[in-house]
Design a protein around this ligand. Structure first.
Ligand code: HEC
Length: 398
């Protein structure tokens, strides 16, 4: 049984992640497509009643004509396509994946003893609590009188996002903190669709069916939430990939790195959706944010990671540390209770592999300290320093 759980868990992870990716592509893809339509639709060649704009396209051997129009009372097509399941399935699969990776693995990825002493159960509760409360707070802000003036509400929201990023990065492991910020954005996005955007569209449709003039201001309110979703898109996409980049989530100031990347993503999006090309100014702060990121994550001089001083380290001592602290997971026959196959295909069975991987070992064990995972094998700071000195001394196999 103990053999089967990690095995099935891994396959479940694969399938759910696959579905999540497909659903996410359909969601973001359709939203990009409609933004593109809105940006390219032009006055109709032959003006027609109720038609605001039109556009011709050719794709996969067919010609398509799209009209953007107001719907007049009583004028409902028999079949109307909605775009709501893409968002819903992306969220559902993402939520299940969150559970698979973070809530059912004994806190291995969720908490980090070097960050806080939170128990996996408490951390899971905080994670879930965040997803629920974030929506109520966000919705309240934008439904309240404060929300009438978009600027004040946006300022409060930005302030809260900073708070959440800071808080999570001081409670969870770096990668879990990042993914929860992403999950929070994803939750706001999907609830915007279901709670604010779809009902407004439905109300307009109902009015049309009953022969009343639809209240187009409902459409405008829905539009605002959809603009919010627009700004969250690029940040969420980065966060989905973030666990591949320990230089971001394991940085000592990881919450600042996250906020800079989120800001840069939202800024680029602002430029893309702006009808006014003067919005190009936004690329300046985006550039500044990227520059700040490069500077912040630049390689540190050796003594800063505590591996500089001390006598030269022979390979046998370095290898002794690797075998006692890493083999449990990174060997061709892992003994770990969860990892039955070497993670990322990284094995240290042969000295040559260790030498070849030395730069990554330095990065993960000495600089970022994200390995051993959750320090499951109890490596000491002296052992980290020792590996650092061996690598800085040329990672010699003697
Ligand atoms: C409890 C299991 C476990 C232990 C013990 C462990 N690792 Fe890992 N390691 C992982 C997992 C899971 C991944 C893939 C996820 C990731 O990259 O964070 C990984 C990935 C890696 C990578 C490849 C990713 C990259 O950034 O290139 C390196 C290198 C690595 N570990 C080095 C080590 C070293 C060195 C040790 C011992 C000091 C060690 N690990 C101990 C689980 C473990």
């Amino acid at each position: 049984m103990s053999e089967w759980f990690p095995f099935l868990h891994e396959w479940l992870n694969l399938f759910v992640r696959w579905i999540h990716l497909i659903a996410g592509i359909s969601w973001i893809g359709s939203s990009f497509y409609f933004m593109w339509l809105d940006a390219h639709i032009a006055e109709p060649e032959h003006p027609r009643e109720g038609v605001e704009g039109e556009l011709w396209m050719v794709h996969s051997g067919g010609f398509y004509q799209v009209e953007k129009r107001l719907i007049r009372p009583g004028e409902m097509p028999k079949i109307l396509h909605w775009f709501k399941w893409e968002a819903t399935f992306t969220w559902l699969s993402g939520f299940v994946l969150l559970g698979i990776v973070y809530y059912t693995t004994g806190g291995m990825y969720l908490v980090d003893p070097a960050v806080s002493s939170l128990s996996p159960g408490a951390a899971s509760a905080i994670g879930l609590g965040l997803l629920v409360s974030a929506w109520f707070i966000y919705d309240l802000i934008f439904q309240s009188p404060l929300g009438k003036t978009g600027k004040a509400a946006s300022a409060v929201s930005i302030f809260l996002i900073i708070g959440v990023a800071y808080g999570l990065c001081h409670l969870f492991s770096g990668r879990a903190a990042y993914i929860h910020v992403g999950a929070m954005f994803g939750t706001l996005m999907v609830l915007n669709v279901w709670v604010r955007i779809l009902p407004a569209q439905q109300a307009m449709i109902d009015a049309t069916k009953e022969g009343r003039k639809p209240d187009y201001s409902l459409g405008l309110a829905a539009k605002r939430r959809s603009v919010h979703n627009t700004y969250m898109t690029f940040p969420v996409l980065f966060i989905m990939l973030s666990n591949h980049y320990p230089m971001t989530y394991a940085h000592p100031m990881n919450w600042v790195v996250l906020l800079l990347l989120v800001g840069a993503g939202a800024g680029v999006r602002h430029y893309m959706v702006a009808k006014d090309r003067r919005a190009v100014w936004i690329l300046l702060p985006v550039g500044a944010a990227l520059l700040a990121l490069f500077v912040m994550t630049a390689p540190q001089p050796t003594p800063a990671v505590g591996s500089g001083a001390g006598p030269a380290v022979p390979f046998t001592s370095a290898y002794a540390v690797i075998s006692s602290r890493c083999f449990a997971c990174h060997s061709s026959h892992p003994t770990d209770d969860i990892f039955k196959v070497a993670p990322n295909g990284v094995t240290f069975d042969s000295p040559e592999r260790v030498k070849a991987l030395a730069p990554r070992i330095r990065e993960r064990v000495v600089v970022l300290k994200t390995m051993p995972l959750a320090n499951k094998t109890g490596i000491s700071q002296e052992e980290r320093d020792l590996l650092g000195r061996w690598i800085d001394g040329g990672a010699k196999l003697e």
